[in-house]
Ligand binder design. Structure first.
Ligand SMILES: [Zn+2]
Length: 378
């Protein structure tokens, strides 16, 4: 389905029907009369500001330091805990194997926000610089296959392009605008050479502008091959060509953009990983630092000794999987990554020391609480 050459098949017929339904829904969506709040405008209402940082209030205990920091025992940081990399495909009208409804997607965001999660990109995890407020848990949203339902532009009455509020990105941006304390991040894994509606989000006239929009707003773009190629079938030469040309499309739109993440279609890893990690075709080079799995559940923290960024585990955003993983973290909050609020240090319960993998330049600091270890990263 994603392939331009005839005869290629991807998912079952049901998926094709899904896309037709979604597209019909998208094209039937009227231009919304209400203006979607724009994050860039400094017009957040006072009430939003007031609820923005409920957990950041310092305690009444006097502290010698000028910025009275909350105590570790109040924050309960666990920067060796697990976190979720959620995986979405189509955002549509009916819940199907590869489709999350708009309403459920909105509910996912609301659940995550209410339960102390904070949007994060993969680049921060790769850089071991997790910029999440104290007490919060990072969560990564990934969108596979650059389907039109994820990101649709519409032309407003003034002739300006705006994100369709009924598309996945529109729903996400509206939620972020209402909840600025939720952060802003998502990862879009694109197929520049696929058939519609997966060719850079299904509006070829806007493909370039969509890549620019994503990069300008701080979202991340990930390489998913040209047209969803199965790397076990196409061979090394074609693999390198596909990855380089995808990189080229991204960098032509966003000069200098460093694509760090590769998402192998169908979750199929080639036997030899070297060609997907780095390569050059017709003068265009790529170098990936992370490879995404298609499933696997929550991932371990960047400093956890089991973490392997060449196998980033993900959690599929489908009903039974999401319900289970959400419930797991509600019942086992001790398993969850909880930030200390400082991206330049790693803080974790001392009982988890065996799980810690030291970074080369890290050094231990005296801990204000014997129950926690504090490691300075930089
Ligand atoms: Zn895919």
């Amino acid at each position: 389905m994603f392939r331009r050459t005839p005869g290629a098949q991807w998912r079952a017929l049901g998926q094709i029907i899904t896309l037709v339904v979604v597209l019909a829904a998208c094209s039937a969506t009227p231009v919304a009369e209400e203006r979607m709040p724009r994050e860039a405008e400094p017009t957040a209402s006072p009430t939003v500001e007031l609820i923005a940082q409920p957990t950041m209030e310092p305690t009444a205990v006097p502290e010698p330091s000028p910025t009275a920091a909350p105590r570790l025992s109040d924050i309960r940081p666990n920067e060796l805990g697990d976190l979720m990399v959620l995986e979405y495909h189509v955002i549509g009208d009916e819940e199907l194997r590869w489709t999350r409804t708009r309403e459920h997607f909105r509910q996912d965001l609301d659940y995550l926000h209410r339960h102390g999660y904070h949007l994060t990109g993969l680049n921060d995890l790769l850089d071991n610089r997790v910029r999440v407020p104290a007490g919060k848990t990072p969560v990564v949203l990934t969108f596979d296959d650059s389907n039109r339902s994820q990101f649709q532009f519409i032309v407003d009455p003034n002739g300006d392009l705006k994100v369709d509020p009924s598309s996945g990105l529109g729903i996400l941006e509206a939620f972020i605008a209402e909840h600025p304390d939720f952060g802003r991040a998502a990862v879009f894994c694109v197929l520049p050479g696929a058939d519609p509606p997966n060719d850079l989000f299904g509006q070829p006239e806007y493909g370039r502008q969509k890549l620019q929009y994503l990069a300008q707003r701080g979202y991340e773009i990930c390489n998913h091959t040209l047209w969803h190629a199965n790397l076990a079938e196409v061979g090394e030469k074609e693999t390198v060509r596909q990855l380089a040309l995808t990189t080229n499309t991204i960098q032509e739109a966003v000069p200098g953009y460093q694509v760090n993440v590769f998402n192998p279609p169908h979750g199929v890893y080639p036997e030899d990983l070297r060609p997907v990690l780095a390569g050059t075709f017709e003068g265009v080079s790529y170098r990936h630092r992370a490879i995404l799995e298609v499933g696997g559940g929550p991932m371990t923290a960047p400093d956890h000794q089991e973490t392997d960024f060449l196998h980033v585990k993900r959690t599929q955003a489908i009903p039974v999987v999401l319900e289970n993983v959400f419930r797991h973290f509600e019942e086992h909050p001790e398993d969850r990554y909880v930030s200390d609020g400082d991206p330049d240090r790693v803080v974790f319960p001392a009982r988890l020391t065996a799980n810690y993998r030291p970074s080369p330049d890290a050094s231990e600091e005296p801990s204000p609480d014997p129950g926690y270890r504090v490691i300075r990263l930089r």
